[in-house]
Write a protein that binds this ligand. Structure first.
Ligand code: ZN
Length: 291
C-alpha cells in the first residue's frame, strides 16, 4: 500500500500534497515486466497522477488521467488516479531501455522524448475536461509543473522519484507537489527554493528517511502541518471478465465463431496486464437481452 499526506506550510501559504508509492510502482513493474527506466517513467507518472488527483479532483466519483505521448523509445505512458486511492497505468513499450545518463541516473527524459502531456479529468457525468501542453523535458516532474502553471495557473514545485535496485525491484517511489498560493511571502518562496536546491534526488531521500523525513527536507523552516487524514493508495484496475466479454461482442459473429473454433480467446487488459481466458461457449453466446 502507498499513501498520500496533505497539509499546509509557510503559514498557510503553501499547499502540500505528498505520496509514497513504492509498493504501487513495484506492482506496476511486475505486472508489466518493465525495464528499469520504464519503471522510473511509469512510477513518476503514477505518482504524479495520484498527486494531481488530490490537487484537481472535486470528489470520489471523478477520475484523473495523465497521458504522455513522446517520440522516445517508451512510445507513451498512461496513468490514472482517483480519490479512492486507486492507481493504474501502463507504457506502450514496457521493455524499452536507454543508457544511464552522464549524471548516473535512469534517463527518463530520453526514454520519453518530446511530444505532449495531457491531463484529463473525467466527471461523474462522463464529461471530460482536458488540457494539453508540450513536453518540456520528458522528466515528468518538470512537465507537470509546467502543466500546472500553464493550464491551471497553479505555480508549484513538483518532485517525483523512483529508485530501482540492482535486482530491478522498486526500492522507493514517491513525490511531492508544493503549490504556492496567492499572497505567499517572498521569504517563504525563497526558503522553499533553497530547500529544493539542496535535495540531490527525491527517491534517495525517501529511501533513507521515509515520506515524513523527505517532507521535512523539502519544507525545512516552513512549519509544515499535516491534515489529520492519511489516504492509502493501491494499484487497482477497473477491468473485469464481464468487460472483456463485452469487448469480444463487438467483433462480428463470423470472427467470434473463428475464435471459438480455435479453442477460445484471451483478452489482455493493457492497463493492468490481467488476462481473461474466454471459452468458445462464452465467445459465441448470443448477446444478453436488455430491456
Ligand atoms: Zn485491468
Amino acid at each position: 500500500m502507498g499513501r498520500v499526506i496533505r497539509g499546509l506550510a509557510g503559514g498557510g501559504t503553501l499547499r502540500v500534497v505528498a505520496a509514497e508509492t513504492t509498493d504501487v510502482v513495484e506492482v506496476a513493474r511486475s505486472r508489466h515486466d518493465l525495464s528499469p527506466t520504464a519503471t522510473a517513467a511509469l512510477g513518476r507518472g503514477l505518482t504524479g497522477a495520484a498527486l494531481l488527483a488530490h490537487l484537481l479532483l472535486k470528489g470520489p466519483r471523478e477520475r484523473l488521467t495523465l497521458r504522455i505521448d513522446g517520440d522516445g523509445p517508451l512510445g507513451g505512458l498512461m496513468a490514472e488516479a482517483d480519490l479512492k486511492g486507486r492507481l493504474r497505468g501502463y507504457v506502450r513499450q514496457p521493455r524499452a531501455e536507454v543508457p544511464i545518463s552522464p549524471q548516473g541516473k535512469l534517463d527518463v527524459g530520453r526514454l520519453v522524448g518530446r511530444g505532449t502531456l495531457q491531463v484529463m479529468r473525467t466527471l461523474p457525468s462522463g464529461d471530460l475536461h482536458d488540457s494539453t501542453v508540450p513536453i518540456v523535458s520528458g522528466e515528468i516532474a518538470e512537465d507537470l509543473a509546467h502543466h500546472l502553471l500553464k493550464s491551471e495557473q497553479i505555480p508549484s514545485a513538483v518532485l517525483l522519484g523512483v529508485r530501482v535496485g540492482t535486482d530491478h525491484s522498486v526500492e522507493a517511489a514517491g513525490g511531492v507537489i508544493v503549490q504556492v498560493l496567492p499572497g505567499a511571502p517572498e521569504d517563504a518562496i525563497a526558503a522553499l527554493e533553497a530547500n529544493l536546491k539542496a535535495i540531490p534526488g527525491f527517491s534517495g531521500l525517501l529511501f533513507e528517511q521515509g515520506l515524513e523525513g523527505a517532507l521535512e527536507a523539502v519544507l525545512a523552516g516552513l512549519d509544515f502541518s499535516p491534515l489529520a487524514s492519511d489516504f492509502s493508495l493501491e494499484f487497482a484496475c477497473r477491468c473485469s471478465r464481464e468487460k472483456a466479454l463485452r469487448a469480444i461482442r463487438f467483433f462480428p459473429e463470423s470472427e467470434r465463431e473463428a475464435m471459438a473454433r480455435e479453442g477460445g480467446a484471451e483478452v489482455r487488459c493493457h492497463w493492468c496486464g490481467a488476462v481473461y481466458h474466454l471459452s468458445p461457449e462464452e465467445i459465441v453466446a448470443p448477446d444478453p437481452l436488455e430491456g
